[in-house]
Ligand binder design. Structure first.
Ligand code: PMP
Length: 465
């Protein structure tokens, strides 16, 4: 693109585009990277500079950009029709995709929507209405979710979340939800070792105190006539909370307790779904033998191509919404682009790719490189913890490794490391003080080597303000 062309795009952006989760005063004072094309794990800007997409375009991309089979799936569908309504009509890709998703997840019904927030909003309404109709809750439906949870930005999804920084502004709009502690082993308030850690013996033995806390929140509520309708959680890794990786066994334990008290399980696999956390199946919870009642998926569902999401539901939940027309048990909810054929066509192709031997091998390799190379970063004093789950890597930065004292968020330490990585041709975004590495599955050994080099060098530059 010509210098003049780039200047004009930036001028229009600065004049009119309001960017998400962005302090626009900083943005208006910056020269943005204008991305124009991509191939595999590489993105190219308007000046022709290449970058590695080290967070898979905010956790969405799986097989790389412009994958020939995914491009072809969109083209094939485009030659037929781009969009038809799901209100009163079936379409071919949506039917096929629903059948495949249902088989993979072990849940029979699929309600399509547009993104992670709308998938969670759907789950919330279904859980609420199912509970009311089956009189599982005596009073109003109450939800319990995890400390630091992020489930999206619609008002219902925000109510389920517990990130004060994002949510405090909307207090007046939200309904109250309870929170339970996350199994954040690195910051374990009981000073226990991660139960599955290799060095567990050098710490005090974990007695699953966090699970005990979970049980007491759930039991207390039910004893006071305020039983929870559902437990809402991200299985295996809690993303925006800081890439908190749950120790093996935590999910089964809390799921058993929740079920024992009659709670529905509402799993948010918007980030963890489609193989990201490793394992044989495509869903993190299923790989731990925990099949929820409601499951929200988005992001990687379309391989990172188009906005598409789905909420999968169990048969009993579906049944609570069926009846004579005049009973008006219909699920009165949906969107104009629900079950969009272009999105469904590319999602179906992405799911086929995911089950191919080549893709499984790619994921295994990438995961093994992450396990092997990330410990290299321990040489930097600011590294407090290094976490890896499947093809998801996280580096938590701290002011003091011994005391685990965090940096103040206003210091933008995570963002500064990511800025320095961008100058070295590697793009990612932090969650607070945690640098996230989550490249597409097609990332090659050489490209992974460049990512690790970029973060290693960027950390050298870090001099806390
Ligand atoms: N749930 C989780 C676990 C997420 O990570 C996100 C997005 N980061 C959402 C929900 C919301 O998804 P979206 O941005 O597509 O609305």
């Amino acid at each position: 693109m010509s210098k003049q062309g780039i200047r004009s795009v930036v001028a229009m952006d600065h004049a009119h585009v309001w960017h998400p989760f962005t302090q626009m005063r900083d943005w208006l004072g910056s020269r943005p990277i204008v991305l124009v094309s991509g191939k595999g794990s590489v993105l190219r800007d308007a000046n022709g500079k290449e970058y590695l997409d080290a967070n898979s375009s905010i956790w969405t991309n799986l097989h790389g950009h412009r994958h020939p089979r995914l491009d072809m799936a969109v083209r094939r569908q485009l030659a037929k029709v781009a969009h038809v309504s799901a209100l009163g009509f079936a379409n071919v890709p949506a039917s096929r995709l629903a059948s495949r998703l249902s088989r993979e997840a072990g849940l029979p019904k699929v309600f399509f929507s547009d993104d992670g927030s709308t998938a969670m909003e759907t789950a919330l309404k279904l859980a609420h209405e199912f509970t009311r109709r089956t009189r599982r809750a005596r009073a109003r439906t109450r939800f319990v979710s995890m400390e630091g949870a992020y489930h999206g930005d619609t008002v219902g999804a925000v109510s389920l979340g517990h990130i004060d920084l994002f949510h405090r502004a909307y207090g007046g709009l939200l309904f109250p939800t309870d929170s339970v502690m996350s199994p954040y082993c690195y910051r374990c308030p009981f000073n226990r070792a991660r139960p599955d850690a290799a060095d567990a013996r050098s710490y005090r033995k974990c007695n699953w105190e966090c699970v005990g806390r979970f049980e007491s929140v759930v039991t207390k509520a039910s004893r006071h006539g305020k039983a929870h309708a559902a437990f809402v959680y991200e299985p295996v890794v809690q993303g925006a909370a800081g890439m908190i990786m749950q120790p093996d066994g935590w999910l089964q334990r809390v799921a058993d307790i929740a079920r024992g008290h009659g709670l529905l399980l509402v799993a948010d696999e918007v980030m963890t779904g489609f193989g990201r956390t490793g394992g044989d199946g495509l869903f993190a919870g299923n790989n731990q033998d925990v099949v929820p009642d409601l499951l929200a998926v988005a992001k990687g569902l379309s391989g990172g191509y188009l906005p598409l999401a789905a909420t999968l539901a169990s048969q009993p939940i579906f049944d609570a919404f069926t009846g004579e027309y005049g009973e008006f048990k219909t699920f009165f909810h949906g969107h104009s682009y629900t079950a969009n054929p272009l999105g469904c066509a590319v999602a179906l192709e992405s799911m086929k790719l995911l089950s191919s031997k080549a893709s499984i091998r790619q994921r295994d390799l990438l995961a093994s490189w992450m396990q092997r190379d990330l410990p290299r970063l321990w040489r930097h004093d600011a590294v407090g913890d290094i976490r890896v789950e499947g093809t998801l890597g996280a580096v938590e930065l701290v002011r003091n490794r011994a005391t685990r004292q965090p940096f103040h968020l206003a210091e933008r330490v995570g963002a500064r490391v990511c800025d320095a990585m961008a100058r070295r041709g590697v793009l990612t975004r932090p969650v607070g003080n945690v640098v996230v590495l989550m490249p597409p599955y097609c990332t090659t050994a050489g490209q992974w080597g460049r990512i690790i080099e970029a973060i290693d060098d960027a950390m050298e530059e870090l001099s806390p303000a």
